[in-house]
Ligand binder design. Structure first.
Ligand code: GAL
Length: 663
């Protein structure tokens, strides 16, 4: 697993130049040109210094095959430059113009039932289509040639939220190509996929298909490989465009925006090929754990970037794709934006600048809402812009590190989420969130890492659930503990190898030895809402019938029921195994205890429950996620960068209040 990005490439710092980028997706093609001038006036008023242009402009740029309409974009690039606003220029390749689908139906993806995804929505492109790729390369080439030396250009934004699948015929051909490269022979594929089961043996490559609609459960390794392949195909598309813009402008950083904790991309592989790691983040304003969900994505993105990252999209108010879409209460947009900065963002951007009046997203908020410049949304955006400008110089480029790493990996997620498992209640992202939440509530900042990464810098490593682990990952975990590291590991970890073949004894023998598990007899999954009484806490989701080795210490046992007296939490040296998901408070207590043993302290002691404290460089961010004002004890004297005040001993935070303290 490589751990370094391509050397010599530009970085986010080349675009920020000491300022926090502030702005968002700008879709001026939806508006008459008079509005553009009004937009620029308001952007300047709000301190906007960055807009992303062109994300959905393909039909405007290429209304007929091969035609180019650049005049409007020329005027916009100039307008932005004249007004001191940088442009993150997008390749428009996530939504092809209708003419492409009409003339080349093979560019349209098929779902697993064989249905075509037609134009009329968005993202109707087949990643495997040669024709799509040819058109995408051509428009990218022309954009790069035309705007590569434009002074407004600060960054390239390739495509948008790569997230498509394709089960069609061209995809079937590229799937076979990918599989041939991986396995070499059809016998090797048969072996890896376990096709002896249910008469699935393949006689030749021509018989192999993407996992299309089937009568009953599909071959899990075929499905797993299809997910790996899809991520790789999308990465190929990204790299093809990335290489074009990089050839024209080697000094301009390139990004593509992830969706938060999106299942479809093996993001650890992607981030090695990005100059700037960027993410879109839309916590539900009504979710009591929205702030923690946001923190999780921010921690993950910072870890992927190994430094400052870009919040590419968020909403200034409501989104319009949930069942019920709530606005952000006064102050919440500011709070969550500064939370991202605290956790390493050097760019705070939105979808989108001006709320649309037409189209599917007309009820999705913008920085300028339908209420216009006098509306609360824009007024709050303006205040935030001024504050970000105030703190930008001291914040940008600094790093917020952590002594703890949570291990997260996409292959494991994919393999563990298949049909045919014992419980659909043990949902991977939910389990991941639960463990992150426990650390968040203990005021312990955490990074994320890949299980094959060098973990030696961390005092504590937490594995919520990694169903599939490679041999290299298992050896890495064992070496980490042998090297003095502290490990806490949740259930359903180390069950399968890379081909989703169950390991000997149900859990890999190296891990059983590490945790002191002599035998795993049976898994006893719990129903939704059911709990398992344990010594000191209640477990949820899962329980296990395990037998401990003589040299292991049982820290908690199941009480009552079939598992009475059997270990719920097992420790051997610095390695702990937790065979259930303790209820939230109990998991927080467990992790706080283990972290203290490992020498990791909370950011501040005695913090009120809804107050988050994060260190970034020398700065201490305090964020009140509660609706009541609080006072926080902070030893020493500090300067609050937001208010300019000097504070000694304690800091008062309003509802949703924030302080950014320099010692
Ligand atoms: C993102 C997308 C934007 C916009 C936004 C709405 O997924 O990149 O174009 O659709 O969601 O929340």
């Amino acid at each position: 697993m490589p751990e370094s990005r391509e050397p010599g490439r530009p970085t986010l710092a080349d675009a920020t130049r000491g300022r926090i980028l502030f702005g968002g997706d700008y879709n001026p093609e939806q508006w008459p040109e008079e509005t553009w001038h009004e937009d620029v006036r308001l952007m300047r008023e709000a301190g906007v210094n960055s807009v992303t242009l062109g994300v959905f402009s393909w039909a405007k740029l290429e209304p007929r095959p091969g035609a180019r309409e650049f005049g409007w974009l020329d005027r916009l690039m100039d307008l932005m430059h004249t007004n001191g606003i940088g442009v993150v220029l997008a390749t428009p390749t996530s939504s092809p113009p209708p003419c492409m689908g009409r003339l080349h139906p093979e560019t349209l993806p098929r779902d697993e039932d064989g249905r075509t995804e037609w134009w009329g929505g968005r993202q109707h492109f087949s990643h495997s289509s040669d024709t799509y790729r040819r058109y995408a390369a051509a428009i990218t080439e022309d954009l790069a040639a035309r705007y590569g030396s434009h002074p407004a250009l600060t960054m390239w934004h390739i495509n948008n939220e790569y997230c498509t699948y394709d089960w069609g015929d061209e995809a079937a051909a590229t799937f076979r190509r990918w599989l041939r490269q991986k396995y070499g022979t059809i016998d090797a594929l048969n072996e890896a996929w376990g096709t002896a089961f249910w008469s699935q043996g393949y006689d030749g490559w021509h018989e192999v298909l993407p996992p299309r609609h089937a009568h009953y459960m599909k071959n899990p390794t075929q499905v797993l490989d299809f997910k790996r392949y899809t991520s790789d195909m999308l990465l190929e598309c990204y790299l093809a465009e990335r290489d074009i813009v990089a050839r024209h402008t080697p000094h301009i950083p390139v990004t593509t925006n992830f969706m938060p904790l999106w299942v479809g991309q093996d993001a650890w592989r992607w981030v090695e090929r990005e100059d700037v790691v960027s993410v879109d983040l839309y916590p539900d304003p009504r979710d009591p754990f929205g702030a923690q969900g946001g923190a999780l994505v921010q921690d993950l993105t910072r870890s992927q970037a190994r430094g400052p990252w870009m919040l590419m999209e968020q909403a200034a108010g409501p989104v319009n794709w949930r069942g019920v879409n709530h606005p952000k209460a006064r102050g919440l947009n500011r709070l969550w934006s500064l939370q991202a900065v605290a956790r390493g963002a050097d760019a705070v951007c939105y979808f989108q600048w001006r709320q649309s009046r037409q189209g599917a997203e007309k009820f999705h908020s913008g920085m300028v809402s339908h209420a216009g410049e006098h509306g609360r949304t824009f007024q709050e955006v303006k205040q935030l812009g001024a504050e970000l400008a105030r703190i930008g110089e001291e914040v940008t480029g600094t790093h917020s590190g952590a002594g703890i790493a949570i291990l997260h990996e996409w292959n494991s997620w994919w393999a563990g989420a298949q049909d045919g498992r014992l419980s659909c209640e043990a949902d991977y992202p939910d389990v991941l969130r639960a463990w992150h939440r426990a650390l968040w509530e203990a005021h312990l900042t955490t990074d994320f890492a890949h299980p094959e990464h060098d973990l030696s810098a961390y005092r504590l490593v937490v594995v919520p659930q990694l169903y599939l682990l490679t041999d290299a990952a298992i050896d890495n975990l064992v070496a980490y503990v042998q090297g003095g590291g502290t490990l806490v590991c949740g259930f359903l970890t180390g069950i399968a190898d890379e081909d989703d073949r169950v390991r000997e004894g149900g859990i890999d023998p190296r891990l059983r030895k590490l945790f002191g598990i002599r035998t795993l007899h049976e898994w006893w999954p719990l129903d939704a809402g059911e709990t398992a009484e344990c010594d000191g806490f209640r477990g949820t989701l899962w329980s296990e019938e395990i037998e401990a080795d003589a040299d292991a210490v049982t820290e908690s046992v199941y009480k009552g029921g079939e598992l009475d007296g059997l270990p719920a939490v097992l420790r051997k040296g610095r390695a702990r195994y937790v065979s259930t998901l303790p209820e939230p408070g109990a998991l927080t207590d467990l992790l706080a205890t283990v972290a203290a043993e490992a020498g990791v302290r909370p950011v501040l002691d005695g913090l009120p429950a809804r107050v988050e404290a994060v260190r970034r460089g020398d700065l201490l961010f305090l964020l009140n996620h509660g609706r009541e004002p609080v006072t926080v004890e902070v030893p020493g004297t500090h300067h609050d960068l937001l208010t300019g005040a000097t504070v000694t001993g304690e800091v008062a935070l309003d509802r949703y209040g924030v302080a950014v303290l320099r010692p």
